[in-house]
Design a binder for this molecule. Structure first.
Ligand code: 13P
Ligand code: SF4
Length: 305
């Protein structure tokens, strides 16, 4: 089937089955184009918690679909490619976290949303790259020690802004950790007027070169409202499709053309159609994990209100 026919079929099943298609900013262009909602991890969680659809088709990676299921347990959540995982999320499990908590019995635990559900279940609070600083400053202001898992680079960034020290897990995102200062400097030489937007999953030396440190949705908002016309993006380069579509008069350059998350690219139109048509690759979780994990995610969402 060609792409036009695939899209028509997807749209037909979407309305017949009262489904919604949620898409992360790093997804391939053809997936962006079928989205009901596109966003960062925080926006997608909010959307998943308030949708009135019966089925959520999640075009992203496993921890994101799990988070949607936790927030909407009565709905069917489909991940069209079940092997679309996140290597950073897989760098920690519940046992690792419990061992760390035994070493620091008085610490509160803040987990990045890029974690398995069972890690969220053993955490006090969840965060995304969009709200980590605010949550540390507002919700964990009184906490003595704070365990921050699994991203050491995000922990470093939040620590620098808030002045708080963390007991940080040594995880990282392989895609963002590969972006170098040299990549930024090379692009800056080619595009001296460009603003440098950096995702906080990048290493500290790269963060140091940022004009702005932002989540993916933060980048979209900033690029749309800034007077600047050129931007260098230190993040997964799939975001550029949306940035260019929404801002045709501006120019966007990836810090590194190698910044591709292979897991994010595993979702295809064929897989979305198969998943929706046959209702396959449903995300399921043990009820006790879901209810415990929901507490840490809900606390994060509540703070917004
Ligand atoms: P955000 O879209 O929440 O900034 O996350 C980036 C990311 O790496 C998701 O896997
Ligand atoms: Fe995980 Fe990094 Fe890919 Fe995001 S970009 S899904 S953090 S590996």
């Amino acid at each position: 089937m060609d792409n036009t026919s695939l899209v028509e079929e997807i749209k037909r099943y979407r309305s017949e089955k009262n489904a919604v298609i949620l898409v992360h900013n790093y997804q391939p262009p053809e997936i962006h184009d079928i989205a009901d909602y596109i966003g960062d991890s925080l926006g997608l969680s909010i959307e998943a918690s308030k949708t009135t659809a019966d089925i959520i088709v999640f075009c992203g990676v496993f921890f994101m679909a799990e988070t949607a299921k936790i927030l909407s347990p009565q709905k069917t959540v489909l991940l069209p490619e079940p092997a679309a995982g996140c290597p950073m999320a897989d760098m920690i499990n519940a046992q690792d976290l419990q061992n760390l908590q035994k070493e620091h019995p008085h610490a509160r635990t803040l987990c990045y949303v890029n974690t398995p559900a069972e890690v969220k279940a053993y955490s006090d609070l969840c965060c995304t790259s969009a709200n980590a600083v605010t949550l540390v400053e507002k919700v964990l202001a009184e906490a003595g020690e704070i365990i921050f898992v699994p991203d050491k680079n995000l922990a470093h960034y939040v620590s620098r802004i808030t002045g708080r020290r963390f007991i940080a897990w040594e995880g990282y995102c392989p895609v963002h950790a590969d972006i170098t200062t040299d990549d930024i400097q090379q692009q800056k030489k080619r595009h001296p007027e460009a603003e440098v937007l950096v995702h906080p999953e990048c290493v500290p030396d790269v963060v140091d070169l940022a004009d702005y440190v932002l989540s993916t949705e933060g980048m979209v908002r900033h690029a749309g409202s800034a007077d600047t016309r050129e931007f260098i993006l230190a993040t997964e380069k799939g975001i550029i499709y949306r940035l260019q579509k929404e801002n045709p008069e501006k120019a966007f350059y990836p810090a590194s053309t190698a910044s591709v998350c292979p897991n994010m690219k595993k979702i295809t139109l064929d897989k979305v159609l198969a998943s929706l048509e046959e209702e396959i690759f449903e995300v399921t979780l043990p009820p006790h994990i879901m209810s415990r994990a929901r507490e840490s995610i809900q606390k994060m969402l509540d703070y917004r209100d």
